[in-house]
Design a binder for this molecule. Structure first.
Ligand code: OAD
Length: 250
């Protein structure tokens, strides 16, 4: 695994506004499959247009509902890993951290992150497919699709292909990316827009951009630093040297 340059530790220590941007790779070490990794990725086994689109839900609502109910159980059954824990620790150590995630699994919150900006929604909440109202939690018995007061079917409050990202969340994420002086992109393929635009936006606005990923991505050539490795290992080493205590004593 790549070693952590001293320069990055110094940048973390002095960061005015750190943005951490995460994707499915950050939850891989918890046992949740990514989307695009060959063989193990969800999209290697399932068709996104059938399971993650309004058209797919319209055509086969129970199939889509069952798939999300299964994935939600999986998310609840696993634990946050050292990457989630390290990110929550950075939030405690540094004066200003904005966490932006594309993940819908809720593992950042379970690791102690305060208020991640969930660009693609959350698998743990429901909304109405017809009137779009947020209706909160899943029912205890999730075998049948619940029905909204308006008569519409409920669905998970995640962003599907062909749908817009929640505007206020995207605005907040773009604002933070523009303001950041240090930007960490962790475990994302940098392929899905508009989320993938954020590190490029941050770089254009002057941030030092670091990518943490075992594989190269379209961001790699533009990032100021690429740390090749698994998120849990790299993030664990980033916080592991005790520099947070030094900062507090300064
Ligand atoms: P992807 O599946 O596209 O990419 C996962 C990335 O994680 C890849 O670049 C892997 O190399 C990397 N990776 C794998 N294991 C890792 C590890 N242990 N540590 C660090 N990185 C690792 O997932 P996303 O980039 O999150 O959208 O995909 C973005 C969006 O596409 C998702 O939010 C989802 C999906 O379709 C929606 O559902 C709307």
């Amino acid at each position: 695994m790549a070693s952590i340059p001293d320069d990055l530790i110094r940048r973390l220590q002095g960061a005015r506004h750190l943005v951490i941007f995460t994707g499915a790779g950050v939850s891989a070490e918890s046992g949740i499959p990514t989307f695009r990794d060959a063989q193990t990725g969800l999209w290697a086994k399932y068709r996104p247009e059938e399971l993650a689109s309004p058209e797919g839900f319209r055509a086969a609502p129970q199939t889509v509902w069952d798939w999300y109910a299964w994935r939600r159980e999986w998310c609840l059954a696993v634990q946050p890993n050292p990457a989630h824990l390290a990110i929550a620790e950075l939030e405690r150590r540094l004066p200003r951290v904005t966490l932006i995630t594309q993940n819908v699994d809720g593992l950042h919150q379970r690791a102690g992150s305060r208020a991640p900006l969930e660009l693609h929604g959350s698998i743990h909440r429901l909304k109405c497919f017809k009137c779009r109202r947020d209706v909160g939690d899943w029912p205890a018995d999730a075998s049948d699709i619940p029905v909204c007061e308006c008569g519409g079917l409920l669905r998970p409050a995640v962003v599907w292909f062909g749908e817009s990202l929640p505007e206020a969340v995207l605005d907040a994420a773009a604002g933070a990316s523009q303001d950041a002086d240090l930007f960490l992109s962790v475990g994302t393929s940098s392929l899905v827009y508009p989320a993938a635009e954020l590190p490029f936006l941050s770089k254009r606005c002057g941030a030092f951009v670091v990518e943490i990923n075992p594989q190269p991505t379209p961001l790699s050539a533009r990032a100021d630093l690429c740390l090749q490795g698994a998120a849990g290992e790299v993030m664990g080493r980033l916080i592991g040297s005790g520099w947070g205590n030094q900062r507090i004593r300064q």
